[in-house]
Design a protein around this ligand. Structure first.
Ligand code: MN
Length: 140
C-alpha cells in the first residue's frame, strides 16, 4: 500500500499546447504500476478549452464532475455533457472533448496504458468553427 498525500509540491500540470487548445489543468488520480495498466487523471478545462482530435489505443472512459462540456466523435454530432454523465470512447475512435465556449468542464479520464498501447495518438487541433458548431443536444 502506498499513500500519496495531497501536497503543494507540483502536482497540477498544464495540458501541453500540442494536445489542447486553451487552458487545461491535469491532476493525477491513479498512476499505473505494472501489472496494473490503469491510469486516471482529473482534468479541468477552462471555458473554451478542449483537446485536439485524438484516439486512444485501449479506449477511454470519462466521468464529468463539474460544469458543462462538449464531446464529438469523428463524423458524429457534438454532444453536450454534464456532471454525472459517463462517456465511453471505443479503442481508436477519433474524438475530442472539452468545455463549452462559456463554461468550464471537469472530468475524470480513465485510460489503460502499456508498452504497446500509449495513452493516445494526437491529431490536429479542434478549430473554433468545429468547437462552436451547434450541439445535437442543444435543445435539451
Ligand atoms: Mn479522449
Amino acid at each position: 500500500m502506498q499513500i500519496t498525500r495531497s501536497s503543494t509540491e507540483g502536482a497540477t500540470t498544464k495540458g501541453p499546447a500540442d494536445w489542447f487548445t486553451g487552458d487545461v489543468y491535469i491532476d493525477p488520480v491513479a498512476v499505473a504500476t505494472t501489472p496494473s495498466r490503469a491510469q486516471a487523471n482529473l482534468v479541468h478545462f477552462m471555458p473554451g478549452a478542449r483537446t485536439a482530435w485524438h484516439r486512444h489505443p485501449s479506449g477511454q472512459s470519462l466521468f464529468v464532475t463539474e460544469g458543462i462540456g462538449l464531446c464529438q466523435r469523428r463524423g458524429g454530432p457534438i454532444e453536450v455533457i454534464r456532471p454525472g454523465d459517463r462517456i465511453y470512447i471505443e479503442p481508436d475512435e477519433e474524438h475530442w472533448h472539452g468545455a463549452t465556449p462559456d463554461r468550464l468542464m471537469v472530468h475524470i479520464a480513465i485510460n489503460e496504458v502499456d508498452d504497446e498501447h500509449p495513452v493516445a495518438h494526437w491529431g490536429e487541433q479542434v478549430s473554433d468553427e468545429e468547437h462552436t458548431a451547434v450541439p445535437a443536444t442543444a435543445q435539451s
